[in-house]
Design a protein around this ligand. Sequence first.
Ligand code: ATP
Length: 774
Amino acid sequence: MAEVNLSPPAMPAGKKRIAVMTSGGDSPGMSAAVRAVVRQTIASGCTAFCVYEGYQGLVDGGDMIREMKWEDVRGWISEGGTLIGTARCMAFIERAGRLTAANNMIEKGIDALVICGGDGSLTGADKFRAEWPSLMEELISTGKRKDHEVAPFRHLNIVGLVGSIDNDLSSTDATIGCYSSLQRICQSIDFIDSTAFSHQRAFVVEVMGRHCGWLALMAGVSCGADFVFIPENPPSEKWEDDMCSIVKKHREMGKRKTIVIVAEGAHDKNLNHISASQVKDLLSNKVGLDTRVTTLGHVQRGGPPCAYDRMLATLQGVEAVKAVLEATPETESPVICIVENKIVRKNLVEAIKMTKKVAEDIGRKDFAAAMKGRDAEFEEFLQAFNITTATDKGDNMLPKEKRLRVGIIHVGAPAGGMNAATRAAVAYCLTRGHTPVALHNGFPGLCRHHDDQPLGSVREISWLDAESWASKGGSEIGTNRSLPSEDFKTTAYCFEHYNIDALFVIGGFEAFTAVSELRKARDQYDAFKIPMVQLPATVSNNVPGTEYSIGSDTCLNALIDYCDAIKQSASASRRRVFVVETQGGASGYIATIAGLSIGALAVYTPEEGIHLNMLVEDIKFLKDQFAKDKGSVRSGKIILRNEKASKTYTTEVISNIIKEESGGKFDCRFAVPGHVQQGGTPSPMDRVRAVRFGVKSMQYLESYAGKSKEEIYKDPMSAAVIGIRGARVKFSPMERIENEETDWKDRRPLNEFWMNLVNVVDTLSGRPQSCREG
Ligand code: ATP
């Protein structure tokens, strides 16, 4: 027998050997996270490993812990589940199993471990980390390892990535996989909806979530459900009567269908389980509805990750490797989280403690504490859900003098979520006693005037009008690009004529410009001295004052579906590259984030432009890539070019140049998805954020009720834009944003937060810096 060298491999100082594993229930995006960790590790000059089959692989060792090369993870970004396998491993729960795992890690010379899993997996990781010094001692004292073998591994460097469909880890707004799962749920409910409507039926839909109601609540918000049952906020003791009376009221108001969503772990305030069949019986027997139960089951876990999960997994994977490389023996183990739009590192031990506390709070029936233990968004969403489904006008109504007539207008191109935001605003207005007024077809609709017709296309919106808009794409009240400056006088006249006390403007850069114009014209027109809020809604995500516009997520999902299909075609022909043209106006946001989400070879943005040397270098890079591919099944390549990246180097020209210069080694085609990018049905993320921001915007406008026109005029915050800025949702004063943060010529923010993400696209595709420098 050949001698086996059991000594750990020699480790060059500073060159880490980083392993990544997936554990617990699979979730869409886990493979994307593994790809990002492997490639960022290799790009950082370190050695990447995968531990196959979760902790079982760590306990079994040998070939279950494998070195990974760059090409090994090609195409993984768009795959569902986890390509390195996952398992529930009993052996790791025992110290003996963890001792074996530790020994295997030393054997392979692994000095850092990135674990992507749910709270159970991260609890295991935390235990492993806490025990590590004693495991090392035991390996030495039992003679399994020598002192010098263990010496380089005295500190276990662990980083957590939260991969779970449940979104149940406190400290992070979203887990890798939760939005894909939500997408699957909403798609199913949208389908059920049409049957329910046709037959005037009720459906009780059971969704996953044993201890966490995030999926149920978000599905309720994005699908406009009538009632939701979640473990953190159980209904009152008389919930049977409450639910039945809400459903009855909705029916009396003219609703033809009923959707009730039940989280798997739903219970009442005494922790008695509430089942879907129990709810069905109530709806059938007490309300007299033809009721069916649908249990969605494992479809919720499966399928390819949505755009957000791919981006989250990729950015968090990159951050995990950075955290490993920056760690010192004193650094506390982090878990990589996201707060609003910011990737942050938080303390793993604390995050697990907080998560466990929510379960304990529920067990102790302290539901207020359980709600607090979830992220801040969660409570806001619950409030938003309650507002949009509330029908009793009792305690919520404001006194008469505080009630407003709120004008709601859509401006610019349609974007996913515009209708959901309008529906939420209408529902909020009605519960508070305000009057929501639709200004149809933008400013020209408002100003339309014929001698023989009443002025303008203006109508009050009823609850039933807007009730079905939660999931609708396009714009139900009509939208138009024209600006108020085209006819200030009639606009002001109409505002007065229809007694508009507050204005809610939903749209993209035109909407931003419209609010800016109205604000500036306050000097001449008293009618504009009313509070105004813009909710950014555009596929381009180019509105100053926010890092996120509703509609941009829908666009990204439409684009990645399109690119996945193109990539498959390109892969099938083995030697083909596609240049795909994206929308986005003069902002490269969509191109860049889509590039991150599909693993594009390169993105061409208007901010950077395109020049000849860049193309020359990229063609060299392509040749090099195809040479390495050797006919791989995942060899399809995509370059994303924003529609305004260059006047000269159009998508077709670039495609022709690449083809011509390929020396016959590969083919190049181009594709223009065009308006497909506006998406059909809005994504759940756009819908839920539309609801949240719609309600917040109404509360904001309401805060001006009772103020005089002069007070409003003098207050810079009275014309504002709502947006996500880093880790916060904020209202920003229009005056400052338009003066200090807007690139008016190119219609985009002066500082675009995503610009450095182009580097991440390049790093993960292996594109050398020289390509961009040209
Ligand atoms: P999901 O959110 O899908 O349930 P999870 O990560 O919470 O995912 P679990 O089954 O709870 O899934 O945990 C996965 C694995 O993590 C377990 O099979 C076990 O190997 C390990 N693990 C969980 N809890 C512990 C613990 N307390 N000590 C050691 N290992 C643990």
